[in-house]
Design a protein around this ligand. Structure first.
Ligand SMILES: Nc1ncnc2c1ncn2[C@@H]1O[C@H](COP(=O)(O)OP(=O)(O)OP(=O)(O)O)[C@@H](O)[C@H]1O
Ligand SMILES: [Mg+2]
Length: 252
């Protein structure tokens, strides 16, 4: 059984039919990259997987359970195990780096303050953030902010982490660092990973599989190598729209 399965998922905003029947299965421990042109519905798909946005129709199975049928309280419990790293990073501006990462523990009665502190420090260390623990978000770079957002995401001990454009808006070196980190967390902690990105270098580094969203459906779902080799019309068009990226990853 897959950890995550979307079955015939549709979503419209007024006349704008964004998802027209998305079918997608994601295995436990897998790392999946979602590609597609801007505005095609990638972020909407992530929001639907996390239950933050309800689909119009179709089913979203997590561990075989259709989450579109869960109560609000059952959803809250589920959301704890699914971390979502927003496109913007979305840190709490009035909290320090340490407090941001410690946030998931604030309401967790299963863990003592001492154990929580230990855990937060080990996560900060894992991500190379221990030296900036006391700084505020507006005192650190955008690359650091993304890493803090990732640190906060793993603090909740998630089964899956969903990342929306984790390397957008950071320089090349930081982008590589973040991509490496995402893969490391996926491999070392076994966290199922879903990444939406325009960054093919990140995809090349992180992907077990690539899903390409086009015209409201999953148009292609296979390995990154198969994605590079594929001559499907829409994939060729997409790849041609990213000539610098294709050169950058050594595909041209
Ligand atoms: N809350 C909303 N209300 C109305 N329309 C929305 C809403 N969220 C998304 N949309 C529309 O749905 C479509 C898909 O949006 P989405 O953000 O998923 O695109 P995307 O593939 O993530 O694009 P990008 O690569 O630019 O981030 C767009 O046309 C967008 O305007
Ligand atoms: Mg988006």
């Amino acid at each position: 059984m897959s950890l995550i399965e979307l079955r015939d998922v549709t979503k419209s905003f007024g006349d704008n039919k964004v998802l027209k029947g998305v079918n997608l299965e994601i295995e436990e421990g897998e790392s999946l990259i979602i590609l597609g042109r801007s505005g095609i519905g990638k972020s909407v798909t992530l929001l639907i997987i996390t239950g933050l946005m309800p689909p119009d129709s179709g089913a979203v199975f997590i561990d075989g359970q259709d989450i579109t049928k869960l109560s609000e309280i059952e959803m809250i419990a589920l959301r704890r195990r699914f971390s979502y790293v927003f496109q913007s990073g979305a840190l709490f501006d009035s909290l320090s780096v340490y407090e941001n990462v410690a946030f998931p523990f604030a309401e967790d009665r299963h863990i003592s303050d001492e154990a929580a502190e230990k855990k937060v420090f080990s996560i900060l260390q894992l991500l190379g953030l221990e030296k900036i623990a006391d700084l505020m978000p507006d005192e650190i770079s955008s690359g650091m902010k993304k890493r803090v957002a990732i640190a906060r995401a793993i603090a909740a001990d998630p089964r899956a982490i969903l990342y929306d454009e984790p390397t957008t808006g950071v320089d090349t070196i930081t982008g590589k660092l973040i991509s490496r980190l995402i893969r490391k967390l996926n491999k070392d902690l076994g966290v199922t990973t879903v990444v939406v990105t325009h960054d093919l270098k990140c995809a090349q580094f992180v992907a077990d599989k690539v899903a390409f969203l086009h015209d409201g459906r999953i148009y292609f779902h296979d390995t990154f190598d198969a994605f590079l080799k594929s001559e499907l019309k829409e994939l060729l068009r997409f790849k041609r729209s990213l000539p610098h990226m294709m050169k950058y990853i050594g595909a041209e």
